[in-house]
Design a protein around this ligand. Sequence first.
Ligand code: ZN
Ligand code: ZN
Length: 293
Amino acid sequence: MKDGFTIPSSPFLSLTVLASGSRGNCICIESEETAILVDAGFSCKELLRRMDITGLSPEKLSGIVLSHEHSDHVTGAGVLSRKFQIPVYGTSGTLDAAKNKTGILHRRKDITCGVPFAVGDLLIHPFSISHDAADPTGFTVSSGGVKIGIATDLGIATSLVKNHLKGCHALVLEANHCPAMLEKGPYPWSLKQRVKGRTGHLSNANARDLLGEIIHPALSCVVIAHISEKNNTPEKAGSVVAEALKSSRAKLVTACQQSPTDPIRLTSSPATCPCSDNAEFYQPDNLEFSFAN
Ligand SMILES: [Zn+2]
Ligand SMILES: [Zn+2]
């Protein structure tokens, strides 16, 4: 029991980044019983195509959770919600600001940063991030002693963000730009200022430094995400962020715009995890990490 919740716990969590970048974002987290999408930033048709590639049936989806209202995070949320009767979760600020892009939702579920909520056997904890949107949100998703943290689209890593991402077994973390490439790149001056500002996006070095502060022995996997196609390369992002993982067993995975990552499966042994949703009691030795494919 944590924060007033008693929910069933899953023996595993599976994490797949269906796409990430300024042209569309979507992350799937799946337990034995429940599947959710965090963001749905493509057309419904493209979302369904990518779900099909990874073997996820839209009928299994119990919720679409939106981080903020920018188009690359919400484009397909409304159509998918109506077509398959899926509730959409987001802060009131996000859902209000996304209205003109999503249309009417099958069911609107308002959430509040700092207040955890359950979707099936997933416990989701939303927290505020610094980004130029109405009420933008990062998330941790946990079940069965496994905790996944998601933080993309943030200009600075506040102590609140670091506190929430501590103790995660897998992280989806933004490594948006290389400052030198951004400086020399094609963006107009105002957009460059926006990207590197306090409510913009994390650079590769920002992501590395954040990771350096929260790394711990049970962190198994780091997915770098929202990598700019104009102001960064996957190689640059990977080599900078890897500096924080030198003495870690954590695997580094690069999410991209074109195709989904392989599903990353995280399992724990319930016998050694007395409090299913509390990562602090988690026994790192009992975490098994594998790519499903
Ligand atoms: Zn974005
Ligand atoms: Zn954004």
